[in-house]
Structures are given as C-alpha cells and as structure tokens.
Design a protein around this ligand. Sequence first.
Ligand SMILES: Cc1ncc(COP(=O)(O)O)c(C=O)c1O
Length: 482
Amino acid sequence: MQIKFYNSENQVPMEMHKVRVVQKLHLLPVEERLAKIKEAGNNTFLLQNRDVFMDMLTDSGVNAMSDNQVAAMGIADDSYAGSETCNRLIDAIEEVFGVRHFLPAHQGRACENILAETFVKPGQFVLMNFHFTTTKAHITRMGGSVIELVGAEGLVTDSQHPFKGNFDIERTKQIIKELGAKNIAFVRIEAGTNLIGGQPVSLENMLEVAKICKENGIMSILDASLLQDNLYFMKMREEMCKNMSIKDIMHKLAGVMDIVYFSARKLGFARGGAIISHNEDYILRMKEYIPLYEGFLTYGGMEVRSMEAMAVGLRETLDMEYISQGPLFIEYMIKELDKAGVPVVKPAGGLGAHINAREILPHIPQSQYPAAALATALYIAGGVRGMERGTLSEQRNPDGTERFADMELVRLAVPRRVFTLSQLKYCIDRVKWVYDNRELIGGLRWEDEPRVLRFFFGRLQPIGDWQERLAEKFRADFGDSL
Ligand SMILES: Cc1ncc(COP(=O)(O)O)c(C=O)c1O
C-alpha cells in the first residue's frame, strides 16, 4: 500500500489524490497573533478562521470532499418527506454496514441526545472504554453516570500497545457483576478513542465486549464516529483482520452491536449524523424523538446535499487508499516530533497528533490548564490552531471542585485530504520551537467560565506576561519572518 521511494532516505507518506479547489491561507505576524489570541479569551475555539494559518482544531466537518461527493450534491432531492436522497443514503448504509434501519440526526451529539433520552434513566450507569465530552454531557443530563473501562495501557502516553482504546475485559465483567445488569443503561464502545489520543480498539476486543453484553442482556452501542481510522489500524495491526475486507469488518461490527451511531462530520467526509440498528424495536423507541428534535424522518435536521455527500463518503470509507492518508500523515508527524524530543502520545493513533502538555510543562499545575496554555503558545508561535484535551475539557464535579484529567493533551487534528506535507513540516517546526522555549510558558485562569461544556466558549487570561515574552522571543529568533 505504501509507495516505496528509490532513495529510502527520502521516504515520506504520499497523498493518493490531487487538489483541484484551493482556499487561500493567511499567516499574521506574531504580534498580531498575540493580539488575536487575547481577543479570543485564550480559547482557540473563539479564534476567527481568517486569523488562523493551519486549522488543526478538529477533523469534524472539515475533511476535504472528493470530486464524486461534490458531484453527488448536485442531484440532491430537496423534498421534505420521502426524498430520493434519503433512499440513496439508506442504500449506501446498507452496502457499507449491512443494516437498513436508519434514523437521521443533524450530527453526532444529536444521536447521543436521542440515545440518552431513550435509554438512560436517572441513577443508571453507562459503561464505556472512555468518555467523550458531548456523550458524557448528555448522559449526566439524564441523571446517569459514566464509568470508564479502558485498559491501564490506554492512559500510558508513551506506549507500544497497538490498541490502547481496548476495554479491560476482566474489569468490565467485574463491574457488570457489581452493578447488576438492570442498573446499566448500555455499554458504549468508542472506536478511535478520541480523548486518549485517537487510539484504536481491536476488532477482537469489540467483539468480546459485545458478547459480554449479550450474555448479560445489556445493550451494546458502537460510537463509529472515528471508525474510519480505527478500521485502518485493524487492517494493519490485527491478525484476524488480515484476510477481511474493510466491508467485512464493518458488516461484522454492525451485525453484533445492538446500535451503531456516528457523526458524519467525521465518518464519511461529510456532515450530519446517523443511528442504525438491525433491531426494529430499538429504532421504534428512538424514532419519535427525530421529528421532535431533528426534523422529519427522511432528513433529520441534515441538509440534503450533505446526505448525498455522506452516501458517497461512506462508500469511500471502504477504500484503503482514502482511509490510510490520515493515519500515515499522523504517523509521520509523531515520528518527526518524537525525533525532535517533543513528548507525544505513542503509538501514533488516528485523528491527529497529541502533544503531552503535562510532560512539557511540569511547572504549570493542572489547575492552571497546561494544555490550554500550550495551545495558545502554538497559535502565537505559528498561527496553528489546536484543541485543548485535558482538564479544561472536563466538567467540574457536582460539588464544583475541579476534575483533573488523566491526560493533559493538545490535539493537532489532521483533517483528511486537507494539508500537504510541507504544511505538516511547518507545523512540526513550530511545535519544536515552542518545545525548546517551554520554560517561558505560564498558566491560565478563568475570566468567564460557562457551566456546561466550558471549553467551547469559556474565556481565560494568562497568569503574568508570559505570552508577551514568548512573542518577543519569537521575533528575536525569526527576525522578519512571519
Ligand atoms: C467519538 C466522538 N463521538 C461523538 C462526537 C460528536 O459528534 P459531533 O461533533 O458531530 O456532534 C465526536 C465529535 O468529535 C466524537 O469524536
């Protein structure tokens, strides 16, 4: 699959596509970048895209579309009910997952809202390998609690384990025994485990968890939002997948799980969301919420053109040349950053490169949000917009005390088919400069802290004048360069 270079020293990952539509980028001078991050309350979510050079905030809804996706958008059938677009999407879902029962939703968290409303009762538990921010917020809003069961290796940043998102099977069995099946709303398996560094779950582990669920009469739900990268890792790292096609793996998974849902902003290079199940009863129980919260059953809050793009994008997910590009670029970044001594989550996962802020900034206590501080430093140094994935992205405990995250990471997402290798090299260069100047970086404190999902729109201030000193050092080191 990898193209070998004649001179092996020149070996780099190759783009198996070419660019035919471009978007101009802007790189502001460092003094302006400093002003912009302050205007944005030191929250990278609040930066304007026109002030960002490399937008590595997320892979959500920002993956590049293929020519076939764009072409398909032109035939979208924009009727409120019974649209041909919906029929085409159902056909694609059946081809890709082997399941025909489908409920549409406007994005991944909308699926989570419907799942939580339908299945979570106050006092119940939801077991999962690891939480995701929006998932947990919906479950706790319904009075449920989340229990995380990722194996110990999942939280070791520097590891060789090929499937760090795996459930600890023994603990899972134990917890089910302790809590009792009736107190467990469902078990959620998150492919490409986001908050621990886009780390995959093996097919074997997923099948084992589904089996345990079946034996105990508990519903199994696969969050397939990040399944695309996970599929690549299954094919590359797992013996039992060697002779399976991507489609075989998808069908196997959708066959054993009670429910599969996903954000099509990630899976399928499009926008939107979907819940699928071979169990008609589950679909019936969720169905009434779709017109209530999302839209009629044939569009569910999605724009029909996005549904056409999703149908084509899901089929593209079966193509190793498409789904390998993200993981190969991320692997390259991790290798280069590691060579430069920058602590990163290893092995390389999907979604993006994850930088270990806790190790880089041991002088900043978790109460001063080291990962958020590092994200601001990267913007100042390179116009690179990453995302804090640490304590700031957590919810406070019910008593208002801070809940310190297991990992303090800055995620530099690599949206699929978007960046060129020279852009990635630039990013790696700026991360290295920030790392070499890490002792200049200080902490952050709240100026305005929202009660729910605070990382999205909270505003912070730097503690002291460290950002000014960092910008001055940049100017001294780089002269008149942008
Ligand atoms: C694993 C996972 N689940 C659910 C979601 C929520 O999807 P959306 O952003 O479309 O609401 C995300 C988004 O990042 C995700 O990574």
